[in-house]
Ligand binder design. Sequence first.
Ligand code: ADP
Length: 509
Amino acid sequence: MDKYIMSFDAGTTSERAIIFNKNSEIVSVAQKEISQIYPNPGWVEHSPMEIWSAQIGVAVEAMAKAGITADEIEAIGITNQRETTIVWDRNTGLPIYNAIVWQCRRTTEFCDKLEQMKPVIEDDSDLYESKDGTQTMSQWIKRKTGLIIDPYFSATKLKWILDNVECAREKAEKGELLFGTVETWLIWKLTKGKKHVTDYSNASRTMLFNINTLSWDEDICKLFDIPMCMLPTPVSNSEIYGESSPEYLGGSIKICGAAGDQQAALFGQKCFHKGDMKNTYGTGCFLLMNTGDKPTFSKNGLVTTVGWGREGKLTYALEGSVFMGGAIIQWLRDELHMINNAVETEEIAKKVNDTNGCYIVPAFTGLGAPYWKPEAKGIICGLTRGVSRDHIVRAALDAIVYQVNDIVTAMEQDAGCKVSNLKVDGGASNNNYLCRTQADISDTVVIRPSCVETTALGAAYLAGLAVGFWKDEEEIESTSKGFTEFKPSMEQDIRHSRIEGWKKAVDML
Ligand code: ADP
């Protein structure tokens, strides 16, 4: 009997289930969009119950489509939107509030205050520069968690729920509430409450997890007044966590791997070696570089994160994030009604030779690395009567490219070398105009694998390795299929002047 691995890809816009065979080929896919809830300007929420029911629904659908039963699935791997924060009652299994999504900026004010505070407890780790007892809160948090203070990460979202939902902190202190990011929630639901775990990569995005010791940081939990009993147990990215309860998928299946979507994509892109780099063009954009078995701390506004832990070995990564990636295309479609679908943006952008001087800086939810301007709002500039819809659509795609390029440049500075190539994936990487422009503006070869579902593939690899479905990373590398290469061809002076124009636009924020 042929065996398969099933990935759950719990993304920001949809839940997906993808079944892979041993050759890393997709056998079946099912997908369902989830509701985006915007209760206030800058606030973004999801329904945790919708996430769960949509995820199980697509899993059943993917299995049915391919005629695959539970006993043919060797393992489930989970990958998910990271940082998104869920708190639920361990007895009823019901969330006490909607999931606060990574994009949500409701804790901006608190983060600003936090930055002005001084850490009460100093430590003398020599991992970070400041050792003279005068470190700022940002440095203190960064050396422990690898992250910068920003509403994006889970800690302040969790604190917000505990501060704002009636009796929440009291219940949490009594051990009645559990916290989890989306993978934790799904594993808890799948195992019917038997397993409350988080993998290292997801844990490292909470701003509560010490990436040097691989444990929850007591000092930081105290700072945020978060009862540690509500936190899940941190586990590696590739091991048997538990089994799905048999009623959901027509039999129990081992759950053996989990990773945050970007780390999963880094693994799925086979960036197994130090210096390997990838960018995912999804709702947001995420550039990650494998930095080997020690954390590297950035001088250019990038964050340090756990890539994965497997067989007792850790791989760290440097990461830069763009909040509005493909989401700007959704905005053109849903709010401006300028396009009918995302795919047609490629043809529209190609109808014109440039943007006619128009730039869009899509700081809708603040601007991420390397600027970190949480309060910035988006702008469209350079408008003249000659700017048409086609120019604006092209400027929207270019905005994605420029933001990614800013991060490539920051990584080059941190790594002290020029990037030789950039592996790409995610929904918007299907856009050839986007990939070609990225190659031009970043002056590097852009490589797009034929299977752009690398996030799901990474989760499948992590789960498959845990049960011996694939022996090791070498065997995975040998399953590599085709890819498309985009080589840079733009003249340097045009490239420089376009980047210059972008920088001027960012300065207007
Ligand atoms: P996520 O995992 O964050 O939900 P996906 O990887 O599914 O995101 O990518 C979806 C995003 O990519 C959407 O924001 C969509 O607007 C954009 N997108 C999808 N296809 C294209 C395309 N051909 N050109 C440009 N943008 C696209």
